[in-house]
Design a binder for this molecule. Structure first.
Ligand SMILES: [Zn+2]
Length: 204
Protein backbone atom coordinates (compact mmCIF):
# COMPACT_ATOMS: atom_id res chain seq x y z
CA UNK A 1 0.00 0.00 0.00
CA UNK A 2 1.27 3.41 -0.92
CA UNK A 3 1.80 6.11 1.69
CA UNK A 4 -0.34 8.42 -0.43
CA UNK A 5 -3.31 6.33 0.62
CA UNK A 6 -5.63 8.17 2.93
CA UNK A 7 -8.59 7.20 4.99
CA UNK A 8 -11.33 9.03 6.77
CA UNK A 9 -10.65 8.72 10.44
CA UNK A 10 -8.28 9.60 13.21
CA UNK A 11 -4.68 8.51 13.46
CA UNK A 12 -4.70 4.97 14.76
CA UNK A 13 -3.89 4.31 18.34
CA UNK A 14 -1.22 1.82 19.17
CA UNK A 15 -1.98 -1.63 18.00
CA UNK A 16 -1.78 -4.47 20.36
CA UNK A 17 -1.84 -8.11 19.78
CA UNK A 18 -2.61 -11.07 21.88
CA UNK A 19 -0.68 -14.24 21.83
CA UNK A 20 -2.71 -17.21 22.77
CA UNK A 21 0.15 -19.44 23.76
CA UNK A 22 2.76 -19.38 26.44
CA UNK A 23 6.34 -19.21 25.28
CA UNK A 24 8.10 -22.36 24.39
CA UNK A 25 11.68 -22.81 25.40
CA UNK A 26 14.48 -21.24 23.47
CA UNK A 27 13.11 -17.74 23.12
CA UNK A 28 13.60 -15.24 25.87
CA UNK A 29 16.96 -13.61 25.81
CA UNK A 30 19.28 -12.92 23.00
CA UNK A 31 22.40 -10.81 23.24
CA UNK A 32 21.11 -9.36 26.47
CA UNK A 33 17.85 -8.32 24.89
CA UNK A 34 14.77 -9.29 26.77
CA UNK A 35 11.99 -10.46 24.52
CA UNK A 36 8.62 -9.94 26.24
CA UNK A 37 6.84 -12.99 27.54
CA UNK A 38 4.49 -14.17 24.87
CA UNK A 39 1.42 -14.45 27.07
CA UNK A 40 1.42 -10.71 27.75
CA UNK A 41 -0.25 -8.12 25.60
CA UNK A 42 2.43 -6.18 23.82
CA UNK A 43 3.14 -3.91 20.95
CA UNK A 44 4.05 -5.77 17.85
CA UNK A 45 7.65 -5.38 16.93
CA UNK A 46 9.98 -7.42 14.85
CA UNK A 47 12.21 -9.18 17.36
CA UNK A 48 15.47 -7.20 17.20
CA UNK A 49 17.60 -10.29 16.91
CA UNK A 50 16.34 -10.81 13.38
CA UNK A 51 18.51 -7.93 12.26
CA UNK A 52 21.66 -9.72 13.30
CA UNK A 53 21.51 -12.07 10.34
CA UNK A 54 21.58 -9.40 7.67
CA UNK A 55 22.94 -5.90 7.84
CA UNK A 56 23.11 -5.36 4.11
CA UNK A 57 20.33 -3.45 2.51
CA UNK A 58 18.60 -5.26 -0.32
CA UNK A 59 16.07 -3.48 -2.44
CA UNK A 60 13.90 -5.88 -4.39
CA UNK A 61 12.16 -5.17 -7.66
CA UNK A 62 8.47 -4.40 -7.26
CA UNK A 63 6.20 -6.06 -9.80
CA UNK A 64 3.79 -3.77 -11.58
CA UNK A 65 0.33 -4.39 -12.87
CA UNK A 66 -0.46 -6.08 -15.29
CA UNK A 67 2.26 -8.59 -14.35
CA UNK A 68 0.44 -11.91 -14.04
CA UNK A 69 2.37 -12.93 -10.94
CA UNK A 70 0.34 -10.36 -9.01
CA UNK A 71 -2.70 -12.53 -9.71
CA UNK A 72 -1.19 -15.65 -8.15
CA UNK A 73 -2.35 -16.87 -4.77
CA UNK A 74 0.48 -16.84 -2.27
CA UNK A 75 1.58 -20.13 -0.78
CA UNK A 76 1.26 -20.90 2.91
CA UNK A 77 4.55 -20.50 4.78
CA UNK A 78 5.65 -23.68 6.50
CA UNK A 79 9.33 -23.08 7.13
CA UNK A 80 10.37 -20.41 9.61
CA UNK A 81 14.00 -20.35 8.61
CA UNK A 82 16.68 -17.79 7.79
CA UNK A 83 15.48 -17.54 4.21
CA UNK A 84 12.10 -16.35 5.48
CA UNK A 85 13.76 -13.81 7.77
CA UNK A 86 15.91 -12.55 4.92
CA UNK A 87 12.83 -12.27 2.68
CA UNK A 88 11.16 -10.14 5.35
CA UNK A 89 14.17 -7.89 5.91
CA UNK A 90 14.48 -7.29 2.17
CA UNK A 91 10.77 -6.56 2.01
CA UNK A 92 11.12 -3.87 4.70
CA UNK A 93 14.07 -2.29 2.89
CA UNK A 94 12.06 -2.29 -0.33
CA UNK A 95 8.90 -0.94 1.26
CA UNK A 96 10.70 1.94 3.00
CA UNK A 97 12.70 2.79 -0.12
CA UNK A 98 9.43 3.09 -2.06
CA UNK A 99 7.60 5.07 0.63
CA UNK A 100 5.15 2.27 1.23
CA UNK A 101 3.19 1.57 4.39
CA UNK A 102 2.45 -2.05 3.52
CA UNK A 103 3.83 -4.72 1.23
CA UNK A 104 2.91 -8.24 0.33
CA UNK A 105 5.64 -10.75 -0.60
CA UNK A 106 4.06 -11.50 -3.97
CA UNK A 107 4.65 -7.86 -4.99
CA UNK A 108 8.39 -8.54 -4.90
CA UNK A 109 8.02 -11.90 -6.61
CA UNK A 110 8.19 -14.01 -3.45
CA UNK A 111 5.31 -16.44 -3.50
CA UNK A 112 4.76 -16.73 0.25
CA UNK A 113 1.88 -15.56 2.43
CA UNK A 114 3.74 -12.74 4.13
CA UNK A 115 2.59 -9.18 4.67
CA UNK A 116 4.53 -6.41 6.31
CA UNK A 117 3.21 -3.08 7.51
CA UNK A 118 4.53 0.11 9.03
CA UNK A 119 2.06 2.95 9.03
CA UNK A 120 4.08 5.31 11.23
CA UNK A 121 6.06 8.19 9.73
CA UNK A 122 8.97 7.36 11.99
CA UNK A 123 9.24 3.97 10.30
CA UNK A 124 9.77 2.24 13.58
CA UNK A 125 6.68 0.16 14.00
CA UNK A 126 7.27 -2.92 11.94
CA UNK A 127 4.46 -5.43 11.75
CA UNK A 128 4.86 -8.86 10.21
CA UNK A 129 2.02 -11.27 9.57
CA UNK A 130 2.63 -14.68 8.12
CA UNK A 131 -0.30 -16.70 6.75
CA UNK A 132 -2.75 -13.98 7.88
CA UNK A 133 -6.50 -14.59 7.91
CA UNK A 134 -9.36 -12.31 8.90
CA UNK A 135 -11.37 -14.07 11.59
CA UNK A 136 -13.68 -11.25 12.62
CA UNK A 137 -14.84 -7.99 11.12
CA UNK A 138 -17.13 -5.16 12.08
CA UNK A 139 -18.34 -1.86 10.66
CA UNK A 140 -17.28 -0.09 7.51
CA UNK A 141 -14.89 2.65 6.59
CA UNK A 142 -14.10 4.27 3.26
CA UNK A 143 -10.51 4.62 2.19
CA UNK A 144 -8.76 6.13 -0.77
CA UNK A 145 -6.03 3.67 -1.56
CA UNK A 146 -3.03 3.51 -3.79
CA UNK A 147 -0.74 0.58 -4.39
CA UNK A 148 3.00 0.28 -4.99
CA UNK A 149 2.26 -2.15 -7.83
CA UNK A 150 -0.14 0.24 -9.57
CA UNK A 151 1.53 3.67 -9.57
CA UNK A 152 -0.50 6.86 -9.90
CA UNK A 153 -3.87 5.29 -9.26
CA UNK A 154 -6.25 5.99 -6.39
CA UNK A 155 -9.33 3.95 -5.73
CA UNK A 156 -12.00 4.52 -3.12
CA UNK A 157 -12.74 1.26 -1.35
CA UNK A 158 -15.19 0.29 1.35
CA UNK A 159 -13.31 -1.73 3.97
CA UNK A 160 -14.08 -3.18 7.35
CA UNK A 161 -13.38 -0.68 10.10
CA UNK A 162 -12.47 -3.27 12.74
CA UNK A 163 -10.86 -6.60 12.07
CA UNK A 164 -9.33 -9.42 14.03
CA UNK A 165 -6.82 -11.50 12.24
CA UNK A 166 -4.99 -14.63 13.07
CA UNK A 167 -1.51 -15.12 11.73
CA UNK A 168 1.87 -16.45 12.65
CA UNK A 169 4.72 -14.27 13.75
CA UNK A 170 8.25 -14.59 12.41
CA UNK A 171 8.92 -17.41 14.85
CA UNK A 172 5.92 -19.37 13.63
CA UNK A 173 3.90 -18.68 16.77
CA UNK A 174 0.18 -18.12 16.41
CA UNK A 175 -1.02 -14.60 17.12
CA UNK A 176 -4.39 -12.89 17.20
CA UNK A 177 -4.22 -9.26 16.19
CA UNK A 178 -6.98 -6.69 16.66
CA UNK A 179 -6.96 -3.39 14.87
CA UNK A 180 -9.04 -0.65 13.36
CA UNK A 181 -8.99 2.23 10.87
CA UNK A 182 -5.82 2.71 8.83
CA UNK A 183 -4.17 -0.39 10.16
CA UNK A 184 -7.27 -2.44 9.44
CA UNK A 185 -7.48 -0.98 5.91
CA UNK A 186 -3.83 -1.63 5.25
CA UNK A 187 -4.01 -5.25 6.41
CA UNK A 188 -7.08 -5.87 4.24
CA UNK A 189 -5.25 -4.34 1.26
CA UNK A 190 -2.23 -6.59 1.78
CA UNK A 191 -4.32 -9.72 2.40
CA UNK A 192 -6.01 -8.99 -0.93
CA UNK A 193 -2.57 -9.27 -2.57
CA UNK A 194 -2.14 -12.72 -1.00
CA UNK A 195 -5.35 -13.71 -2.76
CA UNK A 196 -4.30 -12.14 -6.08
CA UNK A 197 -6.75 -9.27 -5.68
CA UNK A 198 -5.85 -5.68 -6.56
CA UNK A 199 -7.42 -2.30 -5.79
CA UNK A 200 -8.55 -1.92 -9.40
CA UNK A 201 -10.83 -4.93 -8.91
CA UNK A 202 -13.00 -2.78 -6.62
CA UNK A 203 -13.62 -0.34 -9.44
CA UNK A 204 -15.74 -2.78 -11.45
ZN1 LIG B 1 -0.99 -2.95 -3.00
Amino acid sequence: MDCKSIYSGSIPEHAYFFLNKSPSGGIGRHKGLKIPRLNKIMRVRIPPWVFIINNNMSILKILFYPNKILREKSKIVKKYDNILKKNILNMFDTMYKNNGIGLSAIQVNINKSIIIIDILKEKNSKLIFINPKIINKKGYIKSKESCLSIPNKNIIIKRYKYINIKANNILGKKIIFKCKNLLSICIQHEIDHINGKLIIDYNK
